[in-house]
Design a protein around this ligand. Structure first.
Ligand SMILES: Cc1ncc(COP(=O)(O)O)c(C=O)c1O
Length: 389
C-alpha cells in the first residue's frame, strides 16, 4: 500500500543531510562540551558559533541575539515569562490571541493566575487577529504582546508586521511564535518588528527537542525559568544540545536554500487539494483562503467526525491530522476552530493536510481518489445512526 505523510505541521522527517550532521556531532572527536577549556571543547565552541551565525542570518538577526532552546514550547515559555517578570514594575498587562498554540496560551494564562492582567483577543472567521483590536487593547500598563506568525491548525498568516510597528511605536515588547512560518515563508525580525521570536527544529526537517529564541539586543528581558550554569550568555542554563544545535543549523540552511522553489511547488499541490475537496458537498476550507501557509490546507467536513476520517485515511496509508485534541480521554473540539465561530459539532469534523518535501502530485491524486468514497461511506453511516437514534 502507498504510504503518504500529510502531517508536516505536526512534525517532519529529519532530512538525510541533517541526520548526517547530527551523527557527526555525537561521535568521533566532536562530542566535546563547549564550556571545556581543552581542545575538544574549544573545537565545539567554534562549531556552535557557526551554527548560531547560520540561524541568525536566516532571521536577519545578529548571532548574539540567538539563544538555543529545547524547542518551540521552551522558546515561547522563556520569551513570555521572562518578558513579563522582567517588566512587572512597568505594568502587568499582556495581550495575546485566542488562537495561539497552547505553549503561548497556557503560559499567558499561568501568568494571569500570578496577578498579570490578560487580554485574549478574538479572531475573525478566518482565524485572523485584527490590528485595530490589538491597538484598542493596548493600555499604559501593557508590557507584552504575543501573537503567532502563522496558525498551526488553520494556516492563517497574521498581520504581525503591522502589530510589530504598533508595538514599536508604543515601546511594548512584541513576541512572535514563528514555529509554523519559519522555513516556509520569509521571517525577518526587523521586517516583523519583533523583540522576541520562537522557532523549532522539528517543523523544518531538523530534530525534535531543539529550537531557538531570538532576543533583540536591548530588550528588557531576562531568563526567569532555569537556574544553573552560565551557558548561552546567562540566557539558558544547561549544557548545550550540540547534535541538536548542529542539526538545527543544517536544517535552517537547507530550508533557506529551498524555500522559494518548495513554497511554489507545494502551493500548487495545496490549491489542487483545496479546489477538489471544497467541490464536495458539505466541505469547506478553514483559515484564510489566500493569506495562508503554502503547504497548509484545512477543512470542515459536515456530518463527519474528524477522528473517523483520520482512521479511514490511515487505513489507506495516508497520515493527516484533525483539529481536535485528545485531552485526558475526552475529545475537546479545537480552541482555534471554536474561536473562529465554528460550532462545536462542526469543529469535530476537521481535517488538516500539511504538505512537505517528499510529497508528490501522485500522492495528492491518490489522496483525492481515496477520500471521496470514504466521505460518502462515513456520511451514510452517520445518517444511519441518526435514524436509529
Ligand atoms: C505554533 C506552534 N508553537 C509552538 C509549538 C511547539 O513547538 P515544539 O514542539 O518544538 O515544542 C508548535 C508545535 O506544534 C506550534 O505549532
Amino acid at each position: 500500500m502507498r504510504s503518504v505523510y500529510f502531517d508536516h505541521s505536526g512534525t517532519t522527517p529529519v532530512h538525510p543531510e541533517v541526520a548526517e550532521e547530527i551523527y557527526r556531532y555525537l561521535t568521533k572527536d566532536n562530542f566535546g562540551n563547549p564550556s571545556s577549556i581543552h581542545h575538544y571543547g574549544r573545537q565545539i565552541k567554534v562549531k556552535v558559533a557557526e551554527a548560531r551565525e547560520k540561524v541568525a542570518r536566516a532571521l536577519g538577526a545578529d548571532p548574539g541575539e540567538i539563544v538555543f532552546t529545547s524547542g518551540g514550547t521552551e522558546s515561547d515559555n522563556m520569551a513570555i515569562h521572562g518578558a513579563a517578570i522582567t517588566n512587572k514594575n512597568r505594568g502587568n498587562h499582556i495581550i495575546t490571541s485566542a488562537v495561539e498554540h497552547h505553549a503561548v496560551l497556557n503560559t499567558v494564562k499561568a501568568l494571569g493566575k500570578e496577578g498579570f492582567d490578560i487580554t485574549i483577543l478574538p479572531v475573525d472567521q478566518y482565524g485572523m487577529v485584527s490590528v485595530e483590536d490589538v491597538a484598542a487593547a493596548i493600555t499604559d500598563r501593557t508590557i507584552l504582546i504575543t501573537i503567532m506568525h502563522a496558525n498551526n491548525e488553520v494556516g492563517t498568516v497574521m498581520p504581525v508586521a503591522e502589530i510589530g510597528k504598533l508595538a514599536q511605536e508604543r515601546g511594548i515588547i512584541f513576541h512572535v511564535d514563528a514555529v509554523q512560518s519559519f522555513g516556509k515563508i520569509p521571517v525577518n525580525v526587523d521586517g516583523l518588528g519583533v523583540s522576541l521570536l520562537s522557532v523549532s527544529g522539528h517543523k523544518i526537517y531538523g530534530p525534535k527537542g531543539i529550537g531557538a529564541l531570538y532576543i533583540r539586543k536591548g530588550t528588557r528581558w531576562r531568563q526567569t525559568l532555569f537556574h544553573g550554569g552560565s551557558q548561552e550568555r546567562l540566557r539558558r542554563a544547561g549544557t548545550e544540545n550540540i547534535p541538536g544545535i548542529m542539526g538545527l543549523a543544517k536544517a535552517v540552511e537547507l530550508a533557506m536554500k529551498n524555500m522559494d522553489a518548495e513554497s511554489s511547488r507545494l502551493r500548487d499541490l495545496r490549491d489542487k487539494i483545496i479546489r477538489e475537496l471544497t467541490a464536495i458537498d458539505g466541505v469547506r476550507l478553514t483559515g484564510h483562503p489566500v493569506l495562508r501557509l503554502p503547504n497548509h490546507a484545512s477543512f470542515i467536513f459536515k456530518h463527519i467526525e474528524g477522528e473517523s476520517l483520520l482512521l479511514s485515511l490511515d487505513m489507506k496509508g495516508i497520515a493527516a491530522s484533525t483539529g481536535s485534541a485528545c485531552t485526558s480521554g475526552s475529545l475537546e473540539p479545537s480552541h482555534v476552530l471554536l474561536a473562529m465561530g465554528i460550532p462545536p459539532e462542526e469543529a469535530y469534523g476537521s481535517l488538516r493536510i500539511t504538505l512537505g518535501k517528499d510529497n508528490t502530485r501522485e500522492d495528492v491524486d491518490y489522496f483525492l481518489e481515496v477520500i471521496k468514497p470514504i466521505v460518502e461511506r462515513l456520511r451514510n453511516m452517520s445518517a444511519l445512526q441518526e435514524e436509529v437514534v
